[in-house]
Every structure is written in C-alpha cells, then in structure tokens.
Design a protein around this ligand. Sequence first.
Ligand code: SER
Length: 593
Amino acid sequence: MEKLTSVQLREKWLNFFKERGHAVIPSSSLIPENDPTVLFTTAGMHPLVPYLLGAKHPAGKRLTDVQICVRTGDIDEVGDATHCTFFEMLGNWSLGDFFKKEMIKWSYEFLTEVLKIDVNKLAVSVFEGDEDCPRDEESAALWKECGIPGDRIFYLPKKNNWWGPAGITGPCGPDTEMFIDTGRPKCGEHCSPACDCGKYIEIWNDVFMQYNKQADGSYVPLEQKNVDTGMGLERTLCILNGYRSVYETDLFAPVVNRICELTGAVYGEDEQTTKAIRIVADHIRTATFIIGDVRGVTPSNVDQGYVLRRLIRRAVRFGRVLGLGDGVLSELAGMYVDIYKGEYGYLADNAEKIRSEINKEEEKFRATLQQGLKEFEKVITHIPTRTVSGKTAFRLYDTFGFPLEMTVELAKEKGFEVDEAGYAAAFEEHQKRSQAGAEQKFKGGLADNTEATARLHTATHLMHAALGKVLGGEVRQRGSNITAERLRFDFGFDRPMTPEEIKETEKLVNDAISAALPVVCEEKTVAEAKAEGAIGIFDSKYGEKVKVYSMGDFSKEICGGPHAANTSELGRFRIVKEQSSSAGVRRIKAVLE
Ligand code: SER
C-alpha cells in the first residue's frame, strides 16, 4: 500500500476544513508572545487564547492550521515509539460558531472517509461529569448517531477527558477523544482508553471549550462557546502507515538513516541503541526549530535557552554513546531544514545560525563532558549511600556543564538518586555569593489577560515606538515577555544605551501616557499595515488580515492584543534596567508605577 506522506496529511487536513468554511491561518511562533505562564507553544489553541476568550479574530470564526509545538514535560519518555519533544498539531476551531453536533460529525467523516479508517477500529471517550460540568450525554448520542456502538464509547473523568488550560488559568472544557483500537485483547474487565496497556491509541481530541479557569481554581462559564481540536501529525502518520514508531515517518527517517550510516548502528536491533538514535533525532529536530524560529533563542542558562541547552547536551551525550563524530549534530539539523523548509521557509533563512549555534554548544559541552563523566563515575564509586549530594550535582553543573536533569538521568541509570533539594540550595547559595540572582523570576499563577499585563503590553508598544525615535533606524523587536509586575523587551542594537537615551525614552513614553491617547485596533491586510509603516513581525503565510493597534501618531504596531483602552490608564513608566541579552541584542526591563 502506498504510504501517506506528511505533506499529504497536512494538505488533507487543511482542505477538509477549508471546504467546511474554515480560514487557514499560519502557524505561530514556538515562543509565545506575552504569555509568561509557559515557555513554549504547547498546542494549537495556545496562540488563540485571546480569541477563545472573546476577542474577534481577523480571519473569522472558523479557523484551521498546522501549529508547531514543543512539550518537554515528557522528555524522559523520548526514545519510545511515540513521544516527541517537538510535534506539529493539526487543529481546527470554532470561535463561538459551530459546536458539538457539527464537530463530531466532521470528526467521524474525516477519520472514516478521508483517512479511511475502518469504523470498527474506532473508539471514543466522553466526559463522565462532575461538580464542575455535567456528564456529556450529548456527545455520546452524537457518536452513536454516527455509528459508533455504545460499547466503544467510554465515559471518563476529568483526569482523562478534560483539556486545559494551557497555563495556570484560561480557557478549558470537557473533551471527546478518538482512539484507534489496535485489536489487542482487553487487559482486563475495566480496560479502556484510560489505561496504558496499549490497546487504544489516541489520535484526535475535540475540546468543547466552555469555561475560563480562574487563578482560585474555579471554572467560570465562557460567554462564547468554542471548539478546539488537535491531532498529532507524527502519530497519525505512524498509525495510518502501520509503522512501529514515529521515527519511520518521512519526517525522521532520513535522519535516522544518516545516524546509522555514520555510526554503523542498526536501528531496531537493540533497545539501547534504538533509544539513543531516537533521542538524538528528536532533540536535534526540536533544537533546529527553537533556534530557527521567527523569535528564535540560543542556548543559555535560563528559560527557553536552558531547555534548548539541555536538548543539545542530551543529544551530545547520546550521540557519544552511538559513536557519532564531532560536529555531526549540525549536519543532522541541516537535514531537518531540508525536510521542513517547504512548510517553514524561515528555517532555510536561519540555516547558518542553526548550524553555528548547535556547533558552538556541542563544542562547549564536549570540552567538559568526558572529564565530567569521569568525575561522576568517581563520585558514585565513593559514596556510601545511593544518593548523589546536591553539592556534587551542583559541581557537575557549574564546572562541567551538566544540566541537573542529566545528572539525575545518569544517576538513575546506575540505580542512584540525586538530592535535588540539596542542588537547589547549593545553586541558591552560589547565586547569592556571586550576586547573580538579581533576576526576579516569574513565579507563575497569573493569567496573561489580567489588566496589569494588558497595561504593560500597551506600554511595550509605546516603548518600542519611543526606542525607534530615540535610537533611530530600525530597532527590531527580538522578544517580549510580560508579567503582572514588569515588561521585558529584547531588541537588536549593538551597544548599551546611554543614560540620556534611557531618560529620553522614558520621557517620550510618559508624554504619550499624559496625552491620553485612545488605543485603536483595526484589521488590515499585512500589505496595508506595512504600507502605513506599522511595526511588528510580518510572519504571516496565509494570514489574510492582521490586527493593527495604534495610539495617536505615536505608535502603530501589528499585534494580537490584549491592550488597555487608553494610554492614560498606564500610570508612570520607568525603565529599571538596560542590559545585554546576547550578542547584538539589548534587554530592557520596565515597570508602570
Ligand atoms: N488543545 C487540545 C490538545 O492539545 C486540542 O487541540 O489536545
């Protein structure tokens, strides 16, 4: 049977929903803008949060896309057949338009008519109900109407059949999930998609987003009822083509083959080798996308940069086990650029940066890895308990560049544990001593849609405009992160700002605040926005219209919002810090008082 390719599956998905009135929108960046509650975009719905909460989307009420996502919560599982740290999510949405009836019918149609999955192989689950939300009899009845018999409809609790929010607060609701029944015998009387015996494999999730979860844990009904669905591209390709793992799909196979060719390793021969090959293939793919993103980051010791560092260093370690030579990881990254550049052209534009950042990080780590591993061996042969002390773990980090997670993993392989609390204490102690702990880390717990963050978001636009006026030329935004306490803004500029320039920037922003400018939002095409001199990231591929926020003649910027209604709501603006972020990039932190 001819195999379905990734290009075909993406196309089938988008066409199916286009034919049903959906607008095809481009994938957003992997690095969320203005959302401090998560480091990466973890689902297709994530960039759409403002619209799920009621803001009007420029492309309409029915949307579909293929969103690139990173989830590192399961990084330890990578190496098995299905877990990936990066994946593409096929998604479609109703923003207060259609609901359960249409979506369940379409899901059935897509699975059985487009993907031609045998209906006898389908099983579904629906929400069993609790004090927050009633039992979902409606969805069960709709599935029955489609022809799914009652014994393949499972009622499951919140733990299984509820989705979101993506961060701590935000839109969420009960879902109905679709599974392929592999035909294996039931593992017991209560065998269901909720158990992990492997009989049922999830392929699609339709979320009926009806609630907005609050910081206090309560669920407030949303005025606008939405549908949010997600199907994993890699996993679906794997199932439809009858592969044993996602690594056999056209997205991975060339890289897996190249690793084998270079090392003489045989994929699938033994568990250890297969796992190592998969880890290298997975982590380098994710690193390629993180570095090559439109808001790409480079390896560092904080936030996304730290995750990236961990991924590359873990790939180096497992590559070494396989006997992969120096500098090969960046060659593999280049292969991914080729595999994906048809869909994500910016990877090709950033190919050189991807190559050099991976090489730099690999070199840095290789210089200490060997010695660090020796040190690790020495330590564990000499400790009487089966616990590696926090101090040792910190020394491995500080001197040899071992991320804590790597030490934990190495220890686990030997049947040891690591005193992680002790590590945290040693880390803190070190930070205090070196006075490097000035950076106030965001502690979580705040939605991205509070009034405080909206005001800081508006202030970011004013400051962005002011920087352009003060520093001249094109001050290009490189990153933005907003918490309820402060804004943080990275921009390309190759020297520190002078105290006068900082003062002038503050003054321009405060003048704009005093002028009580209304914040006006208009929908325009990218071409119109560009022609009017709006600033912002023009990364739309299919995106027809964008939102342009203007504040008088002072600022005009493409952005998804949310914002304050008038600049007079902002209070007084003050820059608290201007520092280097990385080569050629400055970072400003500022507050509203
Ligand atoms: N948000 C849901 C998920 O991630 C459906 O898209 O599974």
